[in-house]
Design a protein around this ligand. Structure first.
Ligand SMILES: *Cc1c(COP(=O)(O)O)cnc(C)c1O
Length: 382
């Protein structure tokens, strides 16, 4: 391929079929419509390529965090309903109507703002009411849901297409918080029945809810991280068979023998315990590869795990491969599989002292993304 020499040897490889397969698996497991969440650059996988592929393979809607993300989707030709999950700013309401986006209405005053603008533009707004059942982020307090539901259901310029809340502790199957939030949410929804208004789509479950709390599936589920084949927490139960979609791959850029007692990288925090072989990998925290992995993480070379040696630098880090052999340009796998061994994002997160979400979304645009479609490598038709 003529592009081989102009592309950075470090790359993210995204298996789009894995994401589409995960969407199907989640739908089959939950038994209700799915709103795939593609915020934060589709959790680092690439907003537009992921959404376009899912639009062509069974998605019926999307959820994003910000209106800017939704506009990027519209401009890329995504015509499906898109719910913006974040709170709205008054001056941006017009954008929602102009681009035909679904609005999260999280207070009575925001409802009035949307109504006013919708009337001024002569266009009805599609809204989802946000109820705060314990997350404490945005939304009307569950105890005050009555008047809010009444005002929204009676609005001439707003069509209530959904009502939702967000779970704070669903990653933990043992937390009593989720049952409490579900109870509060259902009580809030009951106000629609009480006033004889049609019940909009009720949605509550994030990935943790989908995996651990079937009662929270209700009328629709909102998977983010699970869609990408990653579990929300290292302790989560893999109740749905999903496949990781993202691999992070680089190549050896330097090889040397390090004598016992010599140090490696900034701060000289790592000392060779014996004569050993050390490779340099050209990716660092400037790409979003966490500095917290200094002398903690592992990578794969020729299907074997080797430890990161010393501090992760901005653009490079070193790996102690012991007496194994490696040559310049040999493949180094930071996330993903190689010759029967695999490193998962969940494991990288534990090593870095964070959650898998942060590992994924930190991988920035300095790393080129490559998209795979159509099963195993080999048939390269298009
Ligand atoms: C991000 C987000 C989700 C998806 O969360 P995951 O834990 O990644 O499944 C669902 N709902 C809301 C409101 C969110 O902000």
């Amino acid at each position: 391929m003529s592009t081989t020499f102009t592309r950075r040897p470090t790359r993210i490889v995204v298996d789009l079929d894995a994401i589409a397969g995960n969407l199907r698996a989640i739908g089959a497991h939950a038994g209700v419509p799915v709103m795939p969440i593609v915020k934060a650059n589709a959790y680092g996988h690439g907003l537009v390529p992921v959404a376009r592929h899912l639009q062509a393979h069974g998605a019926t809607r999307f959820g994003v965090a910000f209106v800017e993300e939704a506009i990027a989707l519209r401009e890329a030709g995504v015509g499906l309903p898109i719910l913006v999950l974040g709170g709205i700013f008054g001056p941006q309401v017009e954008l929602f109507l102009r681009y035909g986006l679904e609005i999260t209405v999280s207070s009575l005053s925001k409802l009035r703002q949307v109504e006013q603008l919708a009337e001024a533009m002569g266009r009805r707004a599609a809204i989802h009411l946000k109820i705060d059942t314990g997350m404490g982020r945005i939304g009307v307090q569950h105890a005050n849901a009555g008047p809010f539901v009444e005002a929204a259901a009676g609005s001439r310029w707003c069509e209530v297409v959904g009502v939702y809340s967000h779970l704070a502790c669903a990653d933990d199957p043992a937390s009593p918080m989720t049952a409490l939030q579900l109870e509060r949410f259902l009580e809030a929804c009951a106000h629609f029945d009480r006033i004889g208004a049609p019940m909009p789509a009720r949605h509550l479950a994030n990935s943790g809810g989908i995996l651990h709390f079937p009662q929270t599936h209700l009328d629709m589920v909102r998977p983010g991280i699970l869609l990408y084949g990653v579990l929300p927490d290292a302790a989560a139960r893999a109740a749905v068979a999903v496949r990781p979609a993202l691999s992070l791959v680089s190549q050896v850029v330097y090889f040397k023998v390090v004598r016992a007692g010599s140090t490696v990288s900034y701060g000289a925090t790592w000392t060779a315990p014996r004569d050993t072989r050390v490779i340099t990998v050209p990716i660092g925290y400037g790409d979003g590869w966490p500095r917290a992995l200094s002398s903690r993480g592992q990578v794969l070379v020729h299907g074997r795990r080797h430890p990161i040696a010393g501090r992760v630098c901005m653009d490079q880090f070193m790996v102690d491969i012991g007496d194994a052999s490696a040559f310049n340009e040999d493949e180094v796998v930071l996330v993903g599989g190689q010759e029967g061994e695999a490193i998962r994002v969940e494991e990288v997160a534990v090593d870095a002292g964070t959650i898998p979400y942060e590992i994924l979304v930190q991988l920035n645009e300095r790393i080129p993304r490559e998209y795979r479609v159509g099963a195993a490598p080999g048939p390269a038709s298009d």
